[in-house]
Design a binder for this molecule. Structure first.
Ligand SMILES: [Zn+2]
Length: 305
């Protein structure tokens, strides 16, 4: 074989990086195969078996998988971008693109955020959703009520600007303040704005426990009414009493997909979940400002409850 290759030497091209003998999974749905990847000027120049390429930078990938970088659609990198610019935790897992702005929480000015991200020269690509909680908070504070039509318009403008500024969609965190005070109509209106710019809607649903089917139905309603692809975040069932109900919940998603709705889910591969302790308090307690919360908590009846 070596003789054969050397006899073709004159036909060999050079490349910057040559990855050899890897198990190639190209991400398109094709079957995997063993082969080589030639990279030149930052792009894949050739892909296949026994490439006629040489390089001074050759990587022997035998026993390893060669695949496009993974996209982690559900991250909460906010606050750590500058602290951890090489993002080793993602890179060493094969993740090269992360989606931020999940669970309703993001920078409201996405354009500025992405400019800042560019300046950090991170090892990973970053996309961001526009978070409903931050949009609602900047228009209505922590008010526990429906939005007026003027407020809804203001929120739509913020979402529109975010989409124009590079956001990939809208996210909600409907168990968190103030997102929990919003109704479905409000989210449909904002999702329509995101849809106009080809965005997706990623939902941390209103309930992941006893009322999970109501929450899934809400996500499906939003998909239908706003004509938007919906990604249900960290699809799970909280509480031992709900174990086994995934038969029911997965069937709901399957059924919606069969009706032509673009609904997908993501899930983390462990049995724990984490969030802030405030989610254990009733939503009414957490409305308005800090002073109102303290006043309620010092009221003996409320405290008892
Ligand atoms: Zn979440």
């Amino acid at each position: 074989m070596l003789l054969l290759i050397s006899s073709f030497c004159s036909a060999q091209k050079t490349c910057d990086i040559l990855i050899q003998n890897g198990k190639i999974i190209d991400g398109s749905g094709n079957n995997w195969y063993y082969g080589d990847v030639a990279i030149k000027d930052g792009k894949i120049a050739a892909l296949g078996k026994f490439l006629r390429y040489t390089s001074t930078n050759t990587i022997n990938a035998s026993g390893l998988i060669v695949a496009p970088g993974f996209i982690d659609v559900h991250t909460h990198i906010e606050g750590d971008e500058a602290k951890n610019p090489t993002a080793d935790n993602f890179i060493y897992d094969g993740v090269t693109t992360v989606v931020a702005g999940n669970c309703g929480s993001s920078n409201v000015n996405i354009s500025n955020y992405l400019k800042w991200i560019d300046s950090l020269k991170l090892s990973v690509n970053v996309a961001s959703l526009i978070g409903h909680n931050d949009v609602r908070r900047s228009v209505m504070g922590r008010a526990n009520r429906d939005a007026t039509s003027a407020e809804l318009l203001q929120m739509q403008t913020l979402v529109e600007n975010a989409m124009k500024g590079g956001a990939v969609g809208l996210s909600t965190g409907l168990i968190y303040i103030p997102g929990t005070y919003s109704n479905t109509t409000e989210i449909v209106a904002l999702a329509k704005t995101a849809s106009k710019y080809n965005g997706v809607y990623a939902s941390h649903m209103r309930d992941e426990g006893d009322k999970v089917t109501d929450a899934i139905n809400e996500a499906i309603t939003i998909a239908r009414e706003a004509s938007i692809p919906v990604e249900i975040s960290h699809f799970k069932l909280s509480g031992q009493q709900n174990w086994g109900r995934s038969r029911e919940t997965v069937a709901m998603v399957d059924n919606a997909r069969q009706q032509g709705l673009d609904i997908t889910i993501d899930q983390y591969p462990y049995t724990a979940s984490s969030t802030s302790i405030s989610t254990l308090l009733p939503d009414e307690i957490l409305a308005d400002g800090q002073d109102s919360i303290i006043a309620r908590l010092t009221n003996s009846d409320i405290k008892k409850e």
